[in-house]
Ligand binder design. Structure first.
Ligand code: PGA
Length: 225
């Protein structure tokens, strides 16, 4: 059971910033800015910075579904857990697209994250030419609970195009009918000037581009309280 319903604000740094020095500066600015926040803040930096950033809850951007062994270039759930990581993004549209992850792969990752004692952030959402409800049904496995689901219409991620709040509301209703005890976030071109409308109808936000600008990210977190 998910026991508390603080708004959850997740920053997905993707393959940014360019070096450790900048990563530390960004992280420290956010940390200072959210010291007294009542929201739950999670930062998902690139893997190699996870061990270097302390003082805010950490999430990873992906994970292998394998436990250990000859899987060059991959990182396991237990390795992440060992570093103190608490959340793991699985099924991000960029991983589905560039790493060709299938729903089956994503489901195995979800299970690996749960087995390691972390919380998955399962990203779901349709492309522009797809039927939203059909895709949500395909992407959300049956019988799971205690996870975070981020509704991220693919066409809204990193494009500056926003999903209408009434469409987000409808997607959330479908998601909540498919999975029990999920915290449902919205993601897709969320900025300080449009965050409020999504905060009112969701359990939180998954933020890419705007999480790389400390002041803007902090502003959104302040709105979430
Ligand atoms: P964006 O990314 O905020 O830059 O659209 C969202 C995400 O990738 O989760």
């Amino acid at each position: 059971m998910i026991k508390y319903m603080k708004p959850l604000i997740v920053g997905n740094w993707k393959m940014n910033p360019a070096n450790l020095k900048e990563a530390k500066e960004l992280f420290d600015s956010v940390k200072k800015g959210v010291k007294n926040t009542k929201a739950e803040v999670v930062i998902c930096p690139p893997f190699l910075y996870l061990d270097q950033l302390k003082g805010l809850t950490l999430g990873a951007q992906n994970v292998s579904f394998e436990l250990r062994g000859a899987f060059t270039g991959q990182i396991s759930a237990t390795q992440l857990k060992d570093l103190g990581v608490e959340y793991v993004i699985v099924g991000h549209s960029e991983s589905r697209k560039y790493l060709h992850e299938t729903n089956e792969d994503v489901n195995k990752k979800l299970q690996a994250v749960l087995d390691a004692g972390m919380t998955p952030i399962l990203c779901v959402g349709e492309r522009e030419d797809e039927d939203r409800d059909e895709i949500l049904k395909q992407q959300i496995p049956q019988g799971i609970s205690d996870i975070v689901i981020a509704y991220e219409p693919v066409w809204a991620v990193g494009t500056g195009k926003n999903c209408q709040p009434e469409d987000v509301k409808a997607a959330i209703a479908i998601i909540k009918s498919l999975v029990q005890d999920a915290r449902v976030l919205y993601g897709g071109s969320v900025k300080a000037d449009n965050a409020k409308q999504y905060l009112e109808i969701t359990d939180g936000l998954l933020i890419g581009g705007a999480s790389l600008i400390a002041e803007e990210f902090i502003k959104i977190i302040e709105m979430a309280e």
